[in-house]
Design a protein around this ligand. Structure first.
Ligand SMILES: [Zn+2]
Ligand SMILES: [Zn+2]
Length: 219
């Protein structure tokens, strides 16, 4: 795994294509080496993704003439090397999906740091009656599963009705976490002698025969 620091460092390095003078894009290295099946020995490579680059523009005809199939070349430089080479690509989209964007990397890091902080806060959240770390992890689809599962369990001990609305308003991509959060909500409602109105979803007293919010009768 590429560390945050080296990822950001690489993504902010400036290298230029000797053929077209465009700045090279920092790309994640594909998992296989097209040539010999061995690894690249590095996590990123700098690739010229300029479609007007002469290496790329002329490559199509060259490969067609030489090998009789569709493809071209991109100029490529490996980290720490002075001299680059060319890389065979099968389509114009090759490598465009693995460009490392420093802004995205920074955002991912902020999210990761917040997750770490929330995980840390989870230990004390029950004693401190603090819903926030658990809620943060449950609502973060990118957070680790273990922390999210622990957070769902914490909700029951926290027994705070304030957890319900944010969870109900969240779209889960992980059905297991959604299921666990729902079970916890049911237990929090029970623990507070409440239920959700089946018509308007507002929280009402367990023994209510009529919803004080929507006025519907509850059987
Ligand atoms: Zn170029
Ligand atoms: Zn209602």
């Amino acid at each position: 795994m590429l560390s945050y620091d080296s990822c950001l460092k690489y993504a902010q390095e400036n290298h230029y294509c000797p053929h077209c003078k465009e700045r090279l894009s920092c790309c994640e290295t594909p998992p296989f080496h097209i040539g010999d099946g061995l690894g690249w020995g590095c996590e990123v490579m700098f690739v010229c993704l300029n479609d007007n680059c002469p290496v790329y523009a002329r490559g199509w005809k060259h490969i067609e003439d030489q090998y009789g199939h569709s493809g071209s070349y991109r100029y490529m430089l490996l980290p720490g090397e002075e001299k680059g080479g060319t890389l065979m690509v099968g389509s114009p989209e090759a490598f465009t999906g693995c460009v490392i964007d420093p802004e995205v990397v920074k955002k991912q890091n902020v999210r990761y740091q917040e997750e770490k902080e929330a995980l840390h806060g989870l230990d004390a959240c029950i004693k401190e009656h603090n819903l926030q770390p658990a809620l943060k992890l449950i609502l973060d689809e990118a957070a680790g599963l273990e922390g999210r599962i622990r957070s769902c369990d914490c909700l029951v001990d926290l027994n705070d009705l304030a957890c319900i609305d944010p969870i109900r308003n969240h779209t889960f991509t992980n059905p297991d976490i959604e299921h666990r959060a729902n079970i916890s909500i049911q237990r929090v409602l029970q623990g507070n002698f409440k239920k959700e109105c089946p018509y308007c979803a507002e929280i009402i007293k367990n023994q209510a025969k009529m919803c004080m919010h929507c006025g519907k009768e509850i059987s």
